[in-house]
Design a protein around this ligand. Structure first.
Ligand code: DHB
Ligand code: FE
Length: 281
């Protein structure tokens, strides 16, 4: 039987990946951000997950505006880093776990979440930046992954409540996995940021802190916030925070927060990180 050993959520800004690949993580600009990830990396080494279920949004690499599934699951054996315009990242392809992926798809569809199936999938910064922030990949990635795709790009994207319910369904699916896996659930995206239009550069630390304070003890309150309010308060791209609620839905009703970090800014984004362990219910 699989077991969830942790849940975490983190931002996924592309320039973080570039800083890692160029060895710039210790300069004055980046050190405060990367220092905030050290306790999370140590915690992951302690809880030793075999499988990471990574909830992220594709930003136009594989899912273009002409065909946009609301939810999807990668079922591939390997997920190579794609070229988002500045070349593919120099990473070994991230290993998948097709058996677990298909088992999750089966269970989700049974549970009335009709996910698109991605049998081939190149991954963008939404996936690779969290992976490279959290784990070392030399000589090999220490975890296998199941990517879970959520549309946060093309309106209408799913509601916060629907995302939380997807998390509940993912939990039932993970609990049914036949293999003895230690699973970590990773939500990505956010926190507040807007990359376009008159409000480009918009960030909202008050909203982010409220979100971080409620996500552990009172996620239902965050599920009642409308999509329009997420965009107004967190920015058009800050609405990616709905993917943190997928992770939260997969955890117990009660969680213990083991680490939190918040940093303004990484590029145009208020960067956040939170780690939870299950605490029952
Ligand atoms: C940035 C943030 C994102 O979430 C993203 O997808 C692309 C760029 C940024 O702050 O630069
Ligand atoms: Fe993004």
């Amino acid at each position: 039987m699989a077991q969830i050993v942790g849940g975490l959520a983190t931002s996924h800004v592309p320039s973080i990946g570039i800083a890692i690949d160029r060895g710039d993580t210790q300069n004055d600009y980046w050190k405060p951000l990367f220092d905030g990830y050290l306790p999370a990396r140590r915690w992951l080494r302690d809880i030793r997950p075999d499988l990471a279920v990574v909830i992220y949004n594709d930003h136009g690499l594989e899912v273009f505006l002409d065909k946009v599934p609301t939810f999807g699951i990668g079922t591939a054996p390997l997920y190579p880093s794609g070229d988002e315009g500045w070349g593919p990242r120099p990473l070994p392809p991230v290993p998948g776990d097709p058996a677990s992926s298909w088992a999750l798809v089966d269970s989700l569809v049974e549970d009335e979440f009709d996910v698109a199936m991605f049998q081939e999938l190149q991954v963008d910064h939404g996936f690779t930046v969290p992976m490279t922030l959290l784990w070392d990949w030399q000589p090999d990635w220490p975890v296998k992954t199941v990517p879970v795709l959520v549309n946060t790009i093309q309106y209408p994207f799913p509601t916060a409540r629907r995302c939380h319910r997807l998390g509940r369904a993912l939990r039932r699916a993970i609990d049914r996995l036949p293999d003895d896996l230690r699973v970590v659930v990773v939500g990505t995206g956010g926190m507040s940021h807007q990359l376009q239009g008159e409000r480009a550069g918009f960030m909202n630390p008050a909203f982010d802190r409220m979100f971080l304070d409620k996500l552990g003890p009172a996620p239902e309150e965050l599920t009642r916030i409308s999509r329009e309010t997420y965009i107004r308060e967190a920015g058009s791209e800050g609405a990616e925070l709905i993917m943190w609620l997928v992770m939260r839905g997969a955890m117990d009703a009660a969680v213990r927060e083991v680490h939190r970090h918040y940093h303004i800014s990484a590029s145009l984004t208020a960067a956040g990180l939170v780690c939870y362990e299950n605490a029952g219910g």
